[in-house]
Design a protein around this ligand. Structure first.
Ligand code: ZN
Length: 407
C-alpha cells in the first residue's frame, strides 16, 4: 500500500503533463488543419484530411533552447521549391540538447511578414533531420515560433508541432527549402507531422486576390499620355531598388488602366536608346504582376503582354546564357536558367491559360517573372554558384531544326 501511494504521488504529475501535452498538440493540429481546409484556395481539401498523420506527442521532444541573438545580419534570399526565393533575415541561433545531442537551429524573420503588424514577431524555423523522405516529408518541416516567447534568453521548442510545407499537399505554393545550417544530420526527430501519402492538389487560381492599381500606381501611369515613355527604375537609386526588390501583386484583369500602362511599357521596352526583349511592372514603378515579353519563338517576333504570369514548371535541363537588365546599368553576365518552362497566366477575359515555352524565349519569361518576386539576375548568379552542375557535352548531343527557335 505504501509503495502504491508512493508511486501515485510521484507518477501523477507526470501523467498530468503527458495528458495535457497530448491535448495541447491535438488542439494545435486540429486548428492548423481546419484553417487550411476552410479556405477554398488553401492547400488542403476535406478529402485529404484523413491522410494527414502525426507521430504520437512525446514530452522529450519539448526542449528549452538558449537564444543567441544575431545583430546586423544582411537580408538574403531563401530558395523555394518552385524555383523562386523569398527574402529573410537570420534572427538568432537556438542552441538546445535533444536526446543527449547538442544541436542548433537558426530562426529566420521573413522580410515581407516583418512589415505586417500581425506577423512582425513571427520566427520561422525550417529544418531537416534523418526522417525526411522516410517517415516525414522529403522537403523538410517547419516550426513557428514568436519573439514574444523568448524569456530570459530562452525559448521553448516543441518538435511535436513540426508541420509539413503546403507543397506536401498541393502544387502551386512557394515553399522555402531549409538552409544548410538547419539540416540536422545524425538525428532522427520522430515527432510532429509524418509524411503525407494522400492525393496531391493543383492549387486553384484565386482571381479574388487580384487588386486594382493603387493611388500611387495610378499617378505614375497617368503622369503622361499613352504615347509617352516611362522612367525605368535603376538598382543604383535606393528608393527605386526598394520597388525592384518588393514582391508584386496580381492585377485585376478588369482594371481600366491596364491598356494605358501596357502601351507605355511597350514604348519603353522598345525605346531604341536602350531596347530590351522584356520588361516587368516593378521596372516602371508598378508592383503588379504584368510583363511584356518578345516572343522570339513566334513568326515576326511580336511583343506580348501577360497578366499575372506564373511559372508552374521548370525543366531540370539548364542552359547558361548571357543576360542584361534595363534596371542594371552596363553589365551582362551568364545566368543559368531552365531550358523549358510551363507558363500560366490570365487572359484579358479573366480565363486561366497555360503554355509550354522553350529556348531563349523561356529565358526572357524567367527573367521577367523573377522581377515580379523581387529577384534580379545577380541573385540568380549567386544562387547557382552554390549548386554543382554536370555538363552534358560528353553525354548527349542536342540538335535543333534550322531556324525553328532560338535555343
Ligand atoms: Zn530585368
Amino acid at each position: 500500500m505504501k509503495t502504491l501511494l508512493y508511486l501515485l504521488f510521484f507518477l501523477s504529475p507526470l501523467l498530468a503533463t503527458s495528458q495535457s501535452l497530448e491535448q495541447e498538440i491535438h488542439d494545435y493540429r486540429n486548428k492548423q488543419i481546419q484553417e487550411m481546409v476552410k479556405d477554398e484556395f488553401g492547400p488542403l481539401r476535406q478529402n485529404q484530411i484523413g491522410y494527414v498523420t502525426f507521430f504520437l506527442p512525446k514530452q522529450d521532444y519539448v526542449v528549452t533552447a538558449d537564444v543567441e541573438p544575431l545583430f546586423n545580419e544582411p537580408t538574403f534570399r531563401m530558395p523555394t521549391y518552385d524555383g523562386t526565393s523569398n527574402e529573410y533575415k537570420r534572427f538568432g541561433v537556438l542552441h538546445f540538447e535533444l536526446h543527449g545531442q547538442k544541436l542548433a537551429l537558426t530562426a529566420y524573420q521573413s522580410v515581407a511578414l516583418f512589415q505586417n503588424p500581425t506577423y512582425k514577431n513571427h520566427l520561422f524555423v525550417p529544418f531537416m533531420d534523418n526522417t525526411n523522405g522516410e517517415t516525414s516529408y522529403e522537403g523538410g518541416r517547419y516550426l513557428d515560433l514568436s519573439t514574444t516567447d523568448i524569456k530570459d534568453g530562452k525559448i521553448k521548442i516543441d518538435f511535436n508541432k513540426a508541420y509539413n510545407p503546403y507543397c506536401a499537399y498541393s502544387n502551386g505554393y512557394r515553399c522555402p527549402q531549409p538552409p544548410k545550417e538547419n539540416i540536422l544530420t545524425g538525428i532522427t526527430i520522430d515527432a510532429g507531422e509524418k509524411k503525407y501519402k494522400g492525393p496531391k492538389n493543383e492549387r486553384n487560381v484565386n482571381k479574388n486576390i487580384a487588386k486594382n492599381f493603387n493611388e500611387n500606381e495610378k499617378t505614375i501611369i497617368n503622369a503622361a499620355d499613352e504615347n509617352s515613355l516611362m522612367h525605368v527604375y535603376q538598382i543604383t537609386e535606393n528608393s527605386e531598388l526598394a520597388v525592384l526588390k518588393k514582391p508584386s501583386e496580381d492585377i485585376n484583369y478588369n482594371d481600366p488602366l491596364i491598356d494605358k500602362l501596357a502601351a507605355r511599357m511597350l514604348l519603353t521596352v522598345k525605346n531604341p536608346e536602350h531596347a530590351g526583349v522584356g520588361i516587368a511592372g516593378p521596372q516602371v514603378g508598378i508592383n503588379k504582376n504584368v510583363i511584356w515579353v518578345q516572343r522570339l519563338d513566334k513568326k515576326e517576333e511580336p511583343f506580348e503582354f501577360y497578366l499575372n504570369p506564373k511559372i508552374i514548371w521548370r525543366s531540370k535541363l539548364i542552359r547558361n546564357g548571357s543576360e542584361g537588365c534595363l534596371s542594371i546599368p552596363e553589365i551582362r553576365q551568364d545566368v543559368k536558367r531552365s531550358y523549358a518552362i510551363k507558363l500560366q497566366h490570365i487572359d484579358r477575359k479573366g480565363q486561366v491559360k497555360e503554355e509550354l515555352i522553350e529556348g531563349f524565349t523561356a529565358v526572357i519569361f524567367q527573367h521577367e517573372v523573377d522581377h515580379l518576386y523581387g529577384i534580379l539576375f545577380p541573385d540568380r548568379i549567386e544562387e547557382s554558384s552554390k549548386i554543382d552542375y554536370v555538363s552534358l557535352k560528353d553525354k548527349v548531343e542536342f540538335q535543333i531544326k534550322k531556324e525553328t527557335i532560338r535555343p
